[in-house]
Ligand binder design. Structure first.
Ligand code: DND
Ligand code: ATP
Ligand code: GLN
Length: 686
């Protein structure tokens, strides 16, 4: 049949959650069938979960995945389904997709290009399949083809079935490399390419995916069905559920992103006659006489009535002019919601200072409730968190916030009325539980005990950092106590700029179980808070704002650890946050030496800061960066946002002990000495 209804199925999976994962897959198949879909593509490794880490090595994991596969096969009456799982073959592990048609397994395609950069470590567990190789694998006492296969599905002869529909695969990274399998699929006259992916969220990445998919469908004259995972699967990576279907260079349909559903089906009708016409016109199809790659299967694609032209549209939030703000809000909120339910915790506790970081964490929790409510409604929200007894009688979003978000302000003599008011007004605006204690006595008690032992008084002149740190540390036990009492998760509030330079007290304000902001820089975070107060997330024609952020948006960031008379601010302690951000990009993301970083900064901040000042900040940054790797190793898990991530466990590795750039900073000093004029020129065109 020339017209076929195909679909991408996105699913919210969890590593090794065999029952839930299988249930989500079966529900997705049922829904696709209900929508008269004939061919459904489900994500990469969706049976086991993508993030099983070294447990992929466990033979039992592969067996469990196979048991689930058999269960799924029984649920595929009248539909063709592609589902991803790890398979063991000849003592190697492969990242495979199984094609099932009408309760029959047809075979397995294995990924040829493993993702092994950034947060991906696939080559640690899997072997890449060699192009052109096909073998046979035994599953449940039956032999099936495995490897670089293309499926040729024909209906019964009565249905004009001699015209087989050719279906091939690229698994995620396969579609991102220059020598992609689709080029060979094209020469074999393929009608449909399925791409089951596990493509983590990063800012703007959906546009790159779209280009890959649309370009492939145009260059290879085919229909391209791309699907992805959804939600916070395993802790750090977030999947936005981005799925789409393109045909002959046109994007037919895209899925809604950042949904709180367990699964979503995105369907379109494709026309194989139309893509074949393009193949004929480009005179390329089926050059090769060797057909060993062809796996023949039987499936009667139903007759379809013509459909109206299909054109994909962006979601309103994607075209509203605040894409990064929207993506940050939606990605982190979904990540928090999944973390909450998958860790079976009862809510979030935050030590709320009224400053930008803890206000951002609190606002994100409040926003999570509102976005989830908009996505799945109050009833499903409560069902998904059915183990939390305290929210089952909630009627409003504020009722939910009261139980799910606990804040505590912990002032000292160095705290100001401004920050207390900021904290209180934010808590009030989202409806969270707010506590207010004074920890001065605790700080004084510790100080007194130690002074007595060492035989001298501590002073701000001699003991500045130690006196700052004791205040930050004294806050940790109380907030942990509160957290434990409600079986909450304690959010640690550090942002990426602080992580870069270790501007946090270990076991003080770093205490916590997740660091939702550790992937985002402080300069951007402040801008985002202003956006959330004044514009907010666009949902169903309205805007979800958090107006209680008004006070914090009027304050200058300060740790409030030194006596108020010293007017402590982060930017005086460190350097301006936008400068820190640029320097961090140059030195850490782009790996430029201190001299090269400095030279670039002098150009960028010409006329604004002197060469001497830029030199001093560059030196400070490199010293603090290398001295504080151990702190980054000890941060609570954070979410991946982009290629500026500093998380050493998923992205950016650096030695804990190192030469600390001593020689490189000497070279910088020499360079500055030899180029004294730099940086003192007037700033042009900023
Ligand atoms: N390589 C290494 N491996 C393992 N441990 C290492 C280490 N180097 C030092 N250390 C240890 O690190 C300790 C120092 O670290 P730590 O005690 O955390 O303190 P430290 O990094 O010296 O100071 C904390 C900084 O963060 C700022 N802060 C703190 C709290 C809140 C805020 C805010 O923005 O609100 C800012 C504060 O102003 C200060 O500049 C040393 O005593 C030593 O034990
Ligand atoms: N008075 C306070 N009450 C409760 N928690 C506090 C207080 N002061 C600091 N904290 C905790 O320590 C964390 C670190 O302080 P830090 O100053 O870096 O962040 P912030 O106050 O949220 O933001 P900013 O740095 O923009 O002022 C805070 O996010 C908060 O969790
Ligand atoms: N699972 C994968 O192969 C992911 C790699 C791919 N480059 C992506 O991030 O989308």
């Amino acid at each position: 049949m020339p017209q076929i209804k195909v679909a991408s199925g996105v699913v919210n999976q969890t590593p090794m959650a065999w029952e839930t994962n299988t249930k989500n897959i079966i529900h997705a198949i049922d829904e696709a069938r209900k929508q008269q879909v004939s061919l459904l593509c489900l994500p990469e490794l969706c049976i086991s979960g993508y993030g099983c880490e070294d447990y992929f090595f466990a033979p039992d994991l592969v067996e469990q995945a196979q048991k689930c596969l058999i269960e799924i096969v029984h649920e595929t009456a009248g539909i063709v389904v592609a589902v991803g799982l790890p398979v063991r073959h000849n003592n190697s592990l492969y990242n495979a997709a199984c094609l099932i048609a009408n309760k029959q397994i047809l075979g397995f395609y294995c990924k040829q290009n493993l993702a092994n950069n950034g947060i991906h470590y696939e080559a640690r567990w899997f072997r890449p399949w060699q192009p052109g190789v096909i073998d046979s694998i035994e599953v449940n006492q039956m032999n099936y083809p495995i490897g670089d296969v293309i499926f040729d599905l024909s209906g019964s002869p009565l249905q004009g079935g001699s015209h087989g529909v050719r279906i091939a695969f690229e698994i995620c990274e396969d579609g991102w490399v220059s020598n992609r399998p689709a080029r060979r699929h094209y020469e074999r006259g393929v009608d449909i390419i399925l791409n089951p992916s596990a493509s983590h969220f990063a800012f703007n990445k959906f546009m790159t995916r779209e280009r890959l998919v649309v370009d492939a469908s145009r260059s290879f004259s085919c229909s391209y069905v791309y699907t992805n995972l959804l939600g916070n699967e395993a802790g750090r990576a977030i999947y936005d559920g981005d799925a789409m279907i393109a045909s002959n260079g046109d994007l037919l349909v895209t899925s809604p992103r950042f949904s709180y559903e367990d699964f979503l089906i995105t369907a379109a009708v494709i026309d194989t006659d139309y893509t074949r016409l393009s193949q004929i016109q480009s005179k390329i199809a089926a050059l090769n006489k060797d057909k060993s790659w062809r796996v023949v299967g039987r499936f009667d694609f139903p007759e379809m009535d013509p459909v109206l032209p299909q054109v994909a549209e962006m979601e309103p939030f994607e075209k509203g002019g605040a894409l990064k703000e929207e993506e940050f809000a939606r990605a982190v909120c979904l990540a928090l919601f999944d973390y909450l339910r998958k860790s079976r915790s009862n809510g979030f506790t935050i030590s709320l200072s009224g400053g930008a970081d803890s206000c951002a964490c609190t606002a994100l929790c409040g926003l999570m409730i509102r976005l989830a409510d908009e996505s799945i409604g109050m009833k499903r929200f409560k069902e998904k968190l059915s183990y939390i007894k305290g929210i089952q009688s909630a009627k409003t979003e504020e009722d939910l916030a009261l139980a799910l978000i606990h804040n505590i302000y912990q002032g000292t003599e160095n705290s100001s009325e401004d920050t207390l008011e900021s904290a209180r007004s934010l808590a009030h605006s989202i409806g969270s539980t707010f506590y207010n204690i004074n920890i001065n006595g605790l700080v004084e008690t510790y100080k007194g005990l130690i002074e007595e032992q060492i035989g001298r008084q501590l002073s701000w002149h001699d003991d500045d950092i130690a006196l700052q740190n004791i205040q930050a540390r004294v806050r940790a036990p109380g907030v942990w106590l509160l957290t434990n009492l409600s079986n909450h998760l304690l959010l640690s509030t550090s942002n990426r700029s602080e992580a870069a330079v270790g501007y946090a007290t270990m076991d003080g304000d770093t205490a916590g179980s997740i660091s939702p902001l550790a992937g985002i820089d402080k300069h951007y975070l402040r801008q985002w808070l202003r956006w959330l107060e004044t514009a907010g997330c666009e949902v169903k024609g309205k805007h979800i704002k958090i107006t209680g952020l008004k006070k914090v948006n009027s304050l200058q960031p300060t740790a409030e650890l030194r006596p108020q008379a010293q007017n402590q601010t982060d930017e005086v302690d460190l350097m301006p946050y936008d400068f820190l951000n640029e320097l961090e990009k140059l030195s850490i993301r782009d790996k430029k030496s201190p001299v090269e970083s400095y030279r670039n900064l002098v150009v960028r901040y010409q006329g604004l800061y002197s060469g001497e000042q830029i030199h001093a900040w560059t030196e400070r940054f490199f010293k603090l960066w290398s001295r504080n790797q151990w702190k980054r190793e000890r941060y609570a898990p954070s979410f991946h946002m982009d290629d500026l991530n500093l998380d050493p466990r998923s992205w950016c590795r650096f030695p804990i002990l190192s030469g600390g750039f001593e020689r490189e900073l000497e070279e910088l000093k020499e360079y500055v000495r030899g180029n004294p004029a730099q940086g003192s020129r007037k700033r042009i065109g900023f």
